[in-house]
Design a protein around this ligand. Sequence first.
Ligand SMILES: Cc1ncc(COP(=O)(O)O)c(C=O)c1O
Length: 396
Amino acid sequence: MIYDFDEIISRRRTYSLKWDGEELIKDIGYTERYDYETIPLFTADMDLPVMQPLIDALHQTVDHRIFGYSIFPNEYFESIQHWFKKRHDWVIKREEIVYSPGTVHALNIAVQAFTKPGEGIIIQRPVYPPFTTAIERNGRIVQNNAMKCESDGSFSIDFVDFEEKAKDKNTTMFILCNPHNPTGNIFTNKELKRLSKICEEHNVIIVADEIHGDLIRKNKRFTPICKVVENTDHIVTCTAINKTFNVAGLHCTNVIISNPERRKTFNDIMGMQLPSPFTIAALIAVYNEGDEWLEQVTQYIDGTMEFVKSFLAENMPTVKVRIPDGTYVMWMDFNGYGLSDQEIHHRIYNKANVLLEDGWMFGKEGEGFQRICVPSPRPLIKQALERIAVEFQDLE
Ligand SMILES: Cc1ncc(COP(=O)(O)O)c(C=O)c1O
């Protein structure tokens, strides 16, 4: 089946955080302006239609007419195992899979389960803000191993600094984001091995957030960290269907924990989590029948990223942007204008009426940057960029 991703499907009045969340968005300080004309491209979900087999599976669940407490059928676990073997040649044992209603939830549980208050946790800023929240709200300390920005706009790891932080006796965890949000960086096998070796040597547990691992550019490859190391006892990996298949609202994360004691500790802290029948139906459908749609949506997102890059080169050459290896976010560098973060924000959010995500929210390394989520119909992205370009025309 061929999908039409150019179609603009209105999400207003569908309880969408992005399109209906005016009050919450203002409350949490993302923007002052939010009205019917706002184009929201901040939160990471897609404005694109999901695959037909998923819709059919959900319809079937609705048609049953009873939505009681549910359990995980064998097919749930087999579908996960099948997907990761096929896509990543990663053999996951059934008992290693732990369901969580969300990745941020799982990160918080991991912090509580495997570290103590006051201990240090390494993250690599600029990074997805809830990493910081999961550390600080649980009374742990952020150890920032900032990503190094290279002259071509790519990012790399400062291994000297990483090792220093891992060696610190107070450091007990590293939260890895791979593919990395917001830079879109995918770490190489060599880098992953090196990170794992350092952590293993210094008793630092790795929590790998790999939920963007199936959203990668056509010419790139992604390898789960568990695939490149022999011993996975010190690794906990978060996988999810939410980003890949646009089902964030169905709350389905699967955490892979190979070490049985660690798994028990994690489960003890989390408590029993029962799934919704919609979540089960969705996971089975997407992991068994999702390849065709994913191929098409990836191709569409790749095309949109090319479009964004050439639009900026033509109309806002001062803004630097790279096509990321993975994820569906782009990390745009506005520093060339020499404006303050407030002025950049004012021009984009208040004047152009486009809602992106301010780079400083990802850490001070993000100052002068803006993150745009591009999995929306290309005509909408075009309209948003045109509005933004008008507001910076005086500086080009
Ligand atoms: C790296 C990363 N982790 C976690 C999440 C949120 O996942 P969940 O909705 O499963 O909590 C996001 C969403 O943007 C993300 O980018």
